[in-house]
Write a protein that binds this ligand. Structure first.
Ligand code: ADP
Length: 305
């Protein structure tokens, strides 16, 4: 029997979060509170969601050669992730996101990619066998784009399915899109990629068609609390999410993506995999923060009872 392994390629960041009454203007200092450091990065969040929900998963990423990098790596391992392809990058700092949150809950974010920039095509090449052994490769856009394209090519060469969560939003070259089997944009990202504003289901269907025309078989546009627009080969349907009391939606999309992979690798059909991912993401939005909010398998199963 084939080993159904998932490989995630993506970013790792230490999120430094500070709450302020209002954002500082240029030259202003604002005293705030509730400073905390949380482990984040879209790649790491999605890897954690896959690991906790039960996938056999390896993560290709980099931390800095610093203390926080070492503790992040240990935490990822505790989340059921094979971290052998998470190497410290000599002389680099672990990726950092500096996040201010104001009284309205809005945020402004500055990022130093740090060691994430060292996830180069040459680094990826060290782990060709990991990509070859996997049945699916999940990526986002916080890693260098040339590496994302190289990884998609490598996956194609080895019949590994390519799943792209095209976040953060940006335009992408056709040479990448043509290699993608499943794409999972949110509304903003779908608009960036297709030029179609996702105002209703008909617009979602039009956006999905633009992506099908690029060669992508399955398009899943996430619609926040509404659920997703699922389009397979041009036949689209709204798959509603679960109604919960949301505390914050940080890492909702990341949890959805990681859990979706787990369900697909277990052989579920797309509708039922989306339902499993909806459940995982619904649990995550009822809890504060990114990685601490991501559920374990027993919690997802209990939710779906
Ligand atoms: P992103 O976080 O990438 O912007 P979305 O906001 O579209 O992504 O949310 C992704 C998924 O998370 C949704 O498809 C749904 O499963 C779940 N989700 C998001 N917000 C809510 C909510 N308020 N209630 C329940 N589920 C939610």
């Amino acid at each position: 029997m084939a080993i159904k392994q998932l490989v995630v390629l993506g970013s790792i960041n230490a999120d430094h979060i500070l709450n302020l009454k209002h954002f500082p203007r240029p030259g202003e200092t604002v005293i705030g509170g509730n400073y905390r450091v949380a482990f984040g990065g879209k790649g790491a969040n999605q890897a954690v969601a896959a690991g906790r929900s039960g996938a056999d998963i390896a993560f290709i990423a980099r931390v800095g050669d610093d203390d926080i990098g070492a503790s992040i790596r240990r935490q990822l391992q505790a989340d059921n992730i094979d971290v052998r392809p998470v190497e410290p990058s000599a002389g680099a700092a672990t990726g950092v996101a500096l996040i201010f949150v104001n009284a309205e809950g809005e945020n402004v974010i500055g990022i130093d990619p740090g060691a994430n920039a060292a996830v180069t095509p040459a680094y990826l090449a060290r782990y060709e066998q990991v990509v070859a052994n996997a049945s699916a490769l999940l990526m986002q856009l916080e890693s260098p784009l040339d590496t994302v394209i190289a990884a998609a090519r490598l996956a194609r060469d080895h019949q590994t399915r390519v799943i792209l969560n095209p976040a953060p939003a940006r335009q992408l070259p056709d040479e990448l899109l043509v290699l993608v089997d499943i794409i999972t944009p949110n509304e903003t990202e779908a608009e960036q990629l297709t030029g179609v504003t996702i105002s209703d289901d008909a617009a979602a269907a039009r956006a999905a068609q633009v992506l099908h025309d690029k060669g992508i078989t399955t398009v899943i546009i996430t619609l926040g609390s509404r659920g997703v627009w699922l389009s397979e080969g041009g036949n689209g349907v709204l798959v509603p999410g679960f109604k919960v009391r949301a505390v914050d939606t940080i890492a909702a999309g990341d949890t959805f993506n990681g859990a979706l992979m787990t369900a697909l690798l277990e052989g579920r059909d797309m509708r039922s995999a989306v339902r499993f991912a909806h459940a995982a993401a619904a649990i995550a939005v009822t809890r504060p923060g990114a990685q601490p909010s991501i559920p374990w398998r027993d919690e997802i199963d209990a939710f779906l009872q």
